[in-house]
Design a protein. Structure first.
Length: 450
């Protein structure tokens, strides 16, 4: 019965994980072939479209993604040699995990935006809905579920440090601008007013379980600091304009720059989401200071002779695991990102580039390397193909397509098309698309058309 329960939990975990919609969505195509699309400005404030004016109302970028760094569906469901049927193999999934793993779910909606170019300066305003959820799970946590405490962890401390949930939902009102300095340098920035909807932050999570190899006594130790805000909100439907009035306020900055090192080589860098939100509304925090408790089993003699034995044991456990609550406001820092790279124009049609993405989440640094190639036809058709190494996965190939013409600019993009082609073997899933309406052409476009 216990083994069936363990397997059921793991199957549910896998199904939820691999049918959900990356911790941070990078939309890699905007750093290559889609760099001149209106939405690229949100990924490097120095990027701007060639049109003099653009706007979108509900049709702008909508992006969603999922990632699991620990294992794939094929790692937990393996083929049986006898008949090629699929069997559950939790131990195989555990063997693929790192010491600490992450599941991430991310949604971004561009509710409205517009931008305008005045000579060498570009201005923009955008309203966005953003949601990110991350669950951090240690390998030893699943080892206990699969093996129990009498397996490879017998006599050792099962280290579940870092287990926790990190969730952030907020509305972002962004004001941006960039300016050309000469023919080579362009600098940009965005100031963002943030209105928080809900948040869960695991500020500190330390948990360990040790089973004595001789006496089998169980020693549980740990420490917890969990902070939440906005969880009392009923339902998921809300008016973004109403959400802007929420008492959870914050701000953030984006900075970006590009430099034309030579006629063919463009260097660029950006620092995104540098800021925080002060959570004051519907706050409920949970804290347990450091503790350690050893359970030596039930003494049958005392249990028979002492009628209060079990009551005393329950009181002891309640005292050991008692969690204190408070409603103190707190500040949660946004997960910042730093991107640096270069684009090379190989011919009038073909280009190539390389970028390093640095994600700083929960005091952890996670780098992603991206290589990309692009094809551009008369500035109306853009194709970008990129390869990335991220989330402990080397099989991430992204494809982005952009179309411009008749006063419109449309794109559809995925950071990993294998999430659609071979979802059972993929650790990342992502899709993004958007439509903007554009007015006017710059002088370069007019000259090229002539």
């Amino acid at each position: 019965m216990i083994q069936k329960l363990k397997k059921s939990c793991l199957v549910i975990f896998a199904v939820i994980g691999f049918n959900s919609i990356s911790e941070a969505q990078n939309n890699f195509g905007f750093y290559g072939g889609l760099q001149l699309m209106p939405q690229a400005h949100a990924y490097n404030p120095a990027f701007s479209p060639e049109n003099k004016f653009h706007f979108s109302l509900g049709t702008g970028m909508h992006s969603l993604g999922f990632s699991n760094s620990g294992f794939t569906l094929n790692d937990i469901l393996v083929e049986r040699a006898q008949d090629d049927s699929l069997v559950l193999s939790p131990s195989n999934a555990v063997s693929k995990m790192a010491k600490l793993n992450h599941i991430g779910f991310n949604v971004q909606n561009e509710l409205l935006s517009f931008g305008m170019k005045l000579r060498k300066t570009y201005f923009s305003v955008g309203l966005y809905n953003r949601l990110s959820v991350q669950f951090a799970y240690p390998k030893d946590f699943f080892s206990l579920m699969v093996e129990g405490n009498g397996g490879t962890l017998l006599g050792q401390r099962a280290d579940m440090r870092g287990i926790g949930i990190y969730a952030n939902s907020y509305v972002e009102l962004a004001f941006g601008a960039n300016r050309e300095f000469g023919d080579k340098l362009k600098l940009g920035a965005r100031f963002k007013l943030l209105s928080g909807i809900g948040n869960v932050t695991t500020e500190k999570s330390v948990l360990g379980l040790t089973t004595d190899a001789t006496t089998f006594d169980l020693t549980l130790d740990g420490e917890l600091d969990l902070r939440t805000s906005g969880l009392a909100i009923n339902g998921l439907n809300y008016d973004p304009l109403t959400a802007l009035k929420a008492r959870n306020k914050g701000f953030a900055f984006d900075f970006g720059g590009s430099y034309q090192l030579s006629e063919k080589l463009l260097l660029s860098a950006s620092l995104l989401d540098l800021g925080s939100i002060n959570w004051t509304q519907n706050v409920q925090n949970y804290k347990r200071s450091s503790f350690s408790y050893t359970f030596e089993g039930v003494d049958l003699n005392q249990a028979i002779n002492d009628s209060n034995y079990f009551e005393t044991l329950v009181d002891t456990l309640e005292h050991i695991f008692k969690v204190e609550g408070n409603n103190d406001s707190y500040r949660a820092v946004l997960p910042a990102r730093f991107i640096v790279g270069a684009n090379m124009e190989l011919t009038k049609m073909f280009g190539a580039g390389a970028f390093l993405f640095s994600d700083f989440t929960n005091n952890k640094y996670r780098p992603t390397l991206m290589l990309q190639g692009s094809l551009t036809l008369k500035k109306w058709f853009m194709l970008n193909v990129n390869y990335t190494l991220s989330a402990r996965s080397a099989t991430n190939v992204g494809v982005s397509v952009g179309l411009k013409g008749s006063g419109m600019a449309y794109f559809i993009s995925s950071d990993n098309v294998f999430g659609f082609i071979a979802p059972a073997r993929s650790k990342n899933f992502h899709i993004s698309s958007g439509l903007a309406f554009c007015i006017g052409r710059d002088k370069d476009e007019e000259v090229e058309k002539e």
